[in-house]
Write a protein that binds this ligand. Structure first.
Ligand SMILES: [Zn+2]
Length: 461
């Protein structure tokens, strides 16, 4: 054995047990109450949980948006992820104008190559559809990309129409892929944005006011209805409000395979943040926007009861200085997105498990197991089991943290969680059997992360 972890408490989505974990050649090779055989290296996990590494299936590293590029690349972004206890990311490669899906994927592969410190995969966002693009869908699945994203918002840029969505759903279903939806009504938002600007209403809060929760509820319900017509599974990204959750819940109650994720920002932050002085509200400009606080309870309940299956981040950082500032006189010119890749596990543990909103096992399911299952990574990722990749987090539930831009590893000049305190810290992070973070020190190396060819959706595992 290369490494053994002793005296820890192993936690998976359905089990909590006192056990040692043995690792060889990047894989978990033994789990037992006591492992007697020697190992090259031993880590004492007394008082610590041993979790499967976190999986963040919604990130935007090195992503062009509105004339600028998100400030974390695959090196800085994956290092930050590792510090928080995330050992796999699935990022979005976004089809450019006139670009094939294959070229889109290879463009993003180049961004990650030699830089990622943890394993990574890609979804492909389909932003315009013709017959040739449609025919590429099965090919993408065979290249290890069994998930496609469609935007119902960003009219004139990323948005596709309902007919195109229907065609993508049909094709994806037959190819074994899951379609992911940005659910906001782009046509109505377009009118609202123009109207506010015409009235001289340019501050950040109008970003939120131009994107009402009803627009998310409507587009989410419409996407699900179109998926029902295509008899295809569907996954709603960054669900932020009651109006949208009700649509997902209703479909699931009928036994329809509708899935959804939410993100920490929608559980911890609210519309009030847009009122911060000196253009401070720009830090929270993301889509969908932060909602009224009344949604927090609804979303936590959705996570606890299973109506929401995943917590991801939608990590898409832009510096306040020089990037967010591009929209000082026009909220519509503020780059959309906010950082969070580093803080998802500690925030969800602290706010969720410590505050008894979700159980310990449900926490593991939301940050690791369920995303692994939905996105073709299970059981290599997403659990602690013999034969699985040795992506593990030694997590100290008693250690205190305070989130701050001064101490974060994300390459951005602020955090939306500045000053948030909690308990629960990743002490040691192991990726493919290698210790990459230990007591606040980074020990991994750029390029060590591998591209993951993910399995088609819906295979029995
Ligand atoms: Zn996103």
């Amino acid at each position: 054995m290369d490494l053994k972890i002793v005296n820890g408490t192993v936690v998976t989505a359905n089990k909590t047990l006192r056990a040692d974990v043995g690792i060889a050649q990047g894989k978990v090779v033994k789990i037992a109450r006591k492992i007697k055989e020697p190992a090259q290296e031993e880590l004492d996990a007394k008082g610590l949980y041993v979790f499967p590494g976190g999986i963040d299936v919604h990130t935007h590293l090195d992503m062009p948006f509105g004339g600028t590029v998100s400030s974390d690349d695959f090196r800085t972004g994956t290092i930050a992820a590792a510090f928080g206890g995330t050992t796999t990311v699935v990022d979005f490669s976004i089809q450019g104008k006139e670009m094939s899906l294959k070229d889109t994927l290879s463009t993003w592969m180049k961004k990650a190559e030699g830089k990622a410190v943890i394993d990574y995969g890609f979804h492909v966002a389909v932003t315009h559809l013709d017959d040739a693009t449609l025919e590429e869908i099965p090919q993408m699945v065979s290249l290890g990309v069994p998930s496609f994203k469609c935007f119902l918002a960003y009219k004139g840029a990323l948005m596709i129409d309902d007919g195109a969505l229907y065609r993508v759903l049909l094709k994806s279903k037959s190819a074994g892929a899951l379609v992911m939806i940005h659910g906001e009504n782009g046509d109505v938002l377009d009118v609202l944005i123009k109207d506010f600007l015409a009235q001289g209403k340019t501050e950040p809060k109008y970003h939120a006011l131009s994107r009402p929760p009803e627009a998310e509820g409507e587009a989410t319900g419409r996407a699900i209805a179109i998926a029902q017509m295509a008899k295809a599974p569907i996954y709603i990204v960054h669900l932020s409000c009651k109006e949208a959750l009700e649509k997902v819940k209703a479909a699931r109650e009928l036994g329809f395979p509708a899935f959804a994720e939410t993100c920490p920002q929608y559980l911890l932050l609210s519309y009030q943040n847009y009122l911060e002085p000196d253009f401070g509200g720009a830090k929270y400009v993301m889509s969908p926007p932060l909602r009224d606080k009344s949604n927090w309870k609804v979303l936590w309940k959705g996570l606890a009861e299973g109506d929401l299956q995943v917590v991801s981040t939608d990590h898409c950082p832009f510096n306040f200085k020089g990037q967010k500032e591009m929209g000082r006189d026009n909220f519509a010119a503020i780059p959309n997105g906010s950082p969070g890749i580093e803080h998802r596990p500690p925030l969800l543990f602290s706010e969720g498990v410590n505050k008894k909103r979700i159980t310990l096992n449900r926490f593991v399911e939301l940050v690791s197991t369920s995303p692994a299952k939905l996105f073709g990574l299970f059981p290599e990722k997403g659990t602690v089991a013999v034969g699985s990749d040795a992506d593990l987090v030694l997590f100290d539930p008693k250690a205190h943290f305070t989130v701050s831009a001064r101490t974060q590893h994300q390459n951005v000049d602020y955090t939306p969680y500045e000053g948030v305190k909690g308990k629960g810290v990743a002490k040691v992070v192991i990726a493919n059997g290698q210790v990459i973070v230990r007591d606040g020190e980074f020990l991994g190396k750029p390029g060590a992360g591998r591209f993951l060819k993910r399995k088609p959706f819906g295979l029995k595992r």
